[in-house]
Design a binder for this molecule. Structure first.
Ligand code: SAM
Length: 256
């Protein structure tokens, strides 16, 4: 089955859920907040042509406290810039993730979120229409020229598929045997396969958003990076090596 059909973070709110295990991603959101503030401010103060309502999308929103935290950060930024943003009084907020994301848990937290918004910003601030858009961000998700602000955090490192060829055998041996990503022992062709897949995916992402965002709209993307240009350093691979080990030993336990 395709990755895009089955990939999802752990659902619900229990101790193994993404909701309870996303503090690192929350930290990333707080580091990026000033960049979101600046992008929203610049957009609203630049005479962007209003199309009646402002379209805002969070791509790879998952479910849990980070989803609505991000939306409140964007709303705070709009509120703080209200002297420039008189043309917008309605906001369409689209929460996107893959098909098996736990959208139900997000929906159940919306009544409390709407009440909090009303209390903090006042009933006259604007109307928010929050909806879910299931599907892959590696392709079109929204009508042409319908979005003003697009955000994505800790999501674009997920590729659309395992790079083709990695699961093939070369000279009787799987190319990246026992690994789930680039590792110290991966041959050069594995590094190239991952790089090519990222380029293809990211290009498709950018082309799709270029159709959907209005002229003068803004996009803030944050994704995992590394300080070294070598993708096989300890800093880049260590956690994936550990994860590969853990998965391999679980598989061998099942097989014995
Ligand atoms: C680590 S979570 C980040 C969630 C949230 N943005 C945060 O900062 O906590 C990555 C999310 O990206 C989603 N994702 C991965 N590939 C995707 C794709 N092609 N289209 C849409 N969502 C995707 C995953 O399902 C997952 O929910």
């Amino acid at each position: 089955m395709e990755v895009l059909q089955i990939l999802h973070m752990n659902k619900g709110n229990d101790e193994t859920s993404y909701a309870q295990n996303s503090k690192v991603q929350r930290k990333i959101l707080s580091v990026v907040k000033p960049i979101i503030d600046e992008a929203v401010q610049k957009m609203l103060c630049s005479n962007i042509a209003p199309i009646g309502s402002m379209g805002i999308a969070d791509l790879g929103c998952s479910s849990g406290p980070n989803t609505l935290l991000l939306i409140s950060e964007i709303i705070d930024a709009i509120h703080a810039t209200s002297s420039c943003s008189t043309s917008f009084t309605e906001f369409r907020v689209f929460l996107n993730d893959l098909f098996s994301n736990d959208f139900n848990t997000i929906f159940m937290s919306l009544p409390a979120f709407y009440n909090q918004l009303k209390e903090e910003k006042g009933a006259g601030f604007g109307s928010f229409f929050i909806s879910a858009v299931p599907g892959s961000f590696y392709g079109r998700l929204f009508p042409a020229k319908s979005l003003h602000f697009v955000h994505s955090s800790s999501s674009l490192h997920w590729l659309s598929q395992v790079p083709p060829g990695l699961d093939c055998q070369a000279a009787g041996k799987a190319l990246n045997k026992g690994k789930i990503y680039i590792s110290k022992t991966s041959p050069q062709c594995v590094l190239e396969a991952y790089s090519l897949q990222f380029h293809k995916d990211f290009l498709l992402f950018l082309k799709s958003r270029a159709e959907e965002i209005v002229g003068g709209g803004r996009m803030v993307l944050s994704l995992i990076g590394r300080s070294s240009s070598d993708p096989s350093t300890q800093e880049s691979c260590y956690q994936w090596e550990l994860l590969a080990h853990a998965l391999m030993s679980m598989v061998s336990e099942v097989n014995t």
